[in-house]
Design a protein around this ligand. Structure first.
Ligand SMILES: Nc1ncnc2c1ncn2[C@@H]1O[C@H](COP(=O)(O)OP(=O)(O)OP(=O)(O)O)[C@@H](O)[C@H]1O
Length: 229
């Protein structure tokens, strides 16, 4: 369902030099599979999710989702594909300030070509415990409530792949479990594959497949080997 082959990504440093971040020979996720990615801060987890979402271009290699090679599409093509097929819970939420929680979730359905489904948006907000805050704008919500709104929005368009970047980082333990349960249940019910980045051992302990990025990514494997003791 998701396949990365020979993916390389570097960023350019202010002095003009290249900073290699990703060198992933092969990484695959099956339809409906739930996978945790973990690794220390700065090791490239968000960069990996952004390349899969087509938000960051790769320097080499290919990223395919459902047989579509995203790395061959134009930027507009990647945007259309992402809107229809990929849900993304961003680390920084990216909610639109001028719109309520309900409107933000419904905006997640705008570009899918399907009718916007207010009942589904309300149901998702209910299931993240925000039934009573649907008409509040992000500025009037706590950080954890904004994060839960972002989770509901990412599921709104019934994606085939959900990318979730630390979706419980700002949430207290009881709501954290509620968000993980919602992600897992909706992904199981709708056969959505999920790639979840988390630092939390309580969260990763609940998943059958946990991939340390250092083991998938040759840049990190080399950095770990050459790190001074
Ligand atoms: N646009 C950019 N230009 C230059 N360097 C960048 C850019 N984006 C990220 N980096 C650097 O690339 C490295 C990997 O960043 P990334 O955000 O992917 O890490 P991460 O594993 O998600 O970290 P965290 O767990 O702290 O969120 C970091 O050293 C970061 O400073």
């Amino acid at each position: 369902m998701l396949l990365l082959e020979g993916v390389k990504k570097s960023y350019r440093e202010p002095d003009g030099s290249e900073l290699p971040i990703l060198d992933i020979p092969r990484f695959a996720v099956d339809e409906g599979e739930q996978v945790v990615i973990r690794g220390r801060s700065g090791c490239g987890k968000t960069t990996m999710l952004n390349t899969i979402a087509g938000l960051t271009t790769v320097d080499a290699g290919s990223v395919s989702v459902k047989g579509v090679e995203l790395t061959r599409l134009t930027e507009a093509g990647r945007d259309r594909f992402r809107a229809r097929q990929i849900g993304y819970v961003f680390q920084t939420f990216n909610l639109l300030a001028a719109f309520s929680a309900l409107e933000n979730v419904m905006l997640g359905m705008t570009f899918t070509g399907q009718t916007r489904d207010a009942a589904r948006a309300r149901d998702l907000l209910d299931r993240v415990g925000l039934g009573h805050r649907m008409h509040h704008k992000p500025a009037a919500m706590s950080v954890g409530e904004q994060q839960r709104t972002a989770v509901a929005r990412a599921l709104a368009n019934k994606p085939v792949l959900l990318l979730a970047d630390e979706p419980t980082a700002n949430i207290d333990p009881s709501n954290q479990q509620q968000v993980i349960d919602l992600l897992r249940t909706v992904c199981e019910e709708e056969k959505v594959a999920m790639l979840l980045v988390t630092h939390s051992p309580e969260v990763s302990g609940q998943f059958g497949r946990v991939e340390p990025l250092e083991e998938i990514n040759r840049v990190m494997a080399q950095a770990t080997m050459t790190k001074p003791l």
